[in-house]
Design a protein around this ligand. Structure first.
Ligand code: CA
Ligand code: CA
Ligand code: CA
Ligand code: CA
Length: 317
């Protein structure tokens, strides 16, 4: 090999790690997260099978995830029931979905109509340069025009990196997922907005507790548009009382540097919240909040337990 060739090869090898690129191919197909379309169909059409939802891929760095398909089995009278779990890596535990404003979700929980607003699953992962989001849901990106705007618009993604006290409803960044823009603000799908005030968001019209829902693009500051993003109809179906309903997926790679996160700084081991209202109405929403509740509560229970144990032992002595 000529010297020039060898130098080029060495330079190339050094460059490879930098150009390795994304951990997932961002196309709406979640099989690179370990969830094939067949597994999606299987998972959405089962009331209790968690297996199809468990992520699996090479170098899996502890993704956090939630599945909350259909109505939580703890509530009688639901239009249909589905898996309710939270997970971290391959581990998972039961998620008891709380009522919102005293009402069971998705709303209306006792009519098939509720399925139109069902958030089914959200996954988050990261590497040095990107935060990755995958979601499974029922609303098309164009929303439900008959419900009006923003009530029927597809929900946008809300991100909190700096605590609940900063940002609109605590979420200082919004990523536009819907395509419906009746305000004529030139809002583009997958546009990233700075949402530091409540007024940068529309509140959820029917369930204010599920705010924020849709970015108010006439107020929020546009920052940039994601290069790697997908919101697609999988062409596959969930069957609800025998009626086929479309399965949509979202897959995003969000560049950390453009959110002010230094390259190489991990957020999923410290603090991160993501919120997605299914539509402007807020009839359902999905959340991942890190640190996860059980990881906070477990040490507290352990400490209380040992205090109790010590006290008992003292009393006996
Ligand atoms: Ca993919
Ligand atoms: Ca569902
Ligand atoms: Ca749901
Ligand atoms: Ca915040």
């Amino acid at each position: 090999m000529k010297r020039g060739g060898l130098i080029s090869l060495v330079v190339f090898l050094f460059l490879v790690p930098n150009v390795m690129g994304l951990k997932f191919s961002i196309d709406g197909d979640l099989s690179d997260w370990g969830i094939t379309n067949d597994e999606l169909v299987q998972g959405l059409n089962s009331n209790e099978s968690v297996d199809p939802w468990i992520p699996f891929y090479p170098n899996m760095e502890s993704p956090f995830w939630i599945v909350e398909d259909d109505v939580d089995p703890q509530y009688p009278g639901g239009y249909d029931y589905g898996v309710h779990v939270r997970g971290n890596g391959a581990n998972w535990w039961r998620y008891y979905e709380p009522k919102v404003g005293g009402r069971i979700q998705p709303s209306p929980y006792n009519k098939v109509l509720g399925e139109l607003f069902d958030i089914e699953a959200i996954y988050v992962d990261e590497d040095d340069s990107y935060i990755y989001i995958a979601a499974v849901l029922s609303t098309p990106p164009q929303g439900y025009p008959s419900l009006g705007y923003p009530r029927g618009a597809a929900g946008d993604l809300a991100i909190d990196l700096d605590g609940k006290n900063n940002g609109g409803y605590g979420y200082e960044y919004g990523i536009r997922l819907g395509t419906w823009d009746p305000d004529g603000t030139g809002a583009v799908q997958f546009g990233v907005y700075k949402t530091d005030e409540n007024s940068d968001w529309y509140p959820a019209t029917d369930f204010s507790e599920n705010s924020p829902s849709v970015i108010n693009t006439s107020q929020a500051e546009y920052l940039f548009t994601l290069t790697h993003a997908a919101y697609i109809n999988t062409g596959r179906h969930e069957f609800v009382n025998g009626t086929p309903t479309d399965i949509y997926t979202i897959e995003l790679a969000i560049p950390k540097a453009q959110l002010g996160i230094p390259t190489g700084k991990m957020v999923l081991n410290s603090y991160f919240r993501v919120h997605l209202a299914e539509a402007g109405c807020g009839n359902d929403s999905g959340d991942i909040s890190i640190p996860e509740f059980p990881t906070i509560i477990a040490p507290v229970v352990a400490i209380l337990g040992s205090i109790f144990f010590l006290k008992r032992r003292k009393e006996r002595n």
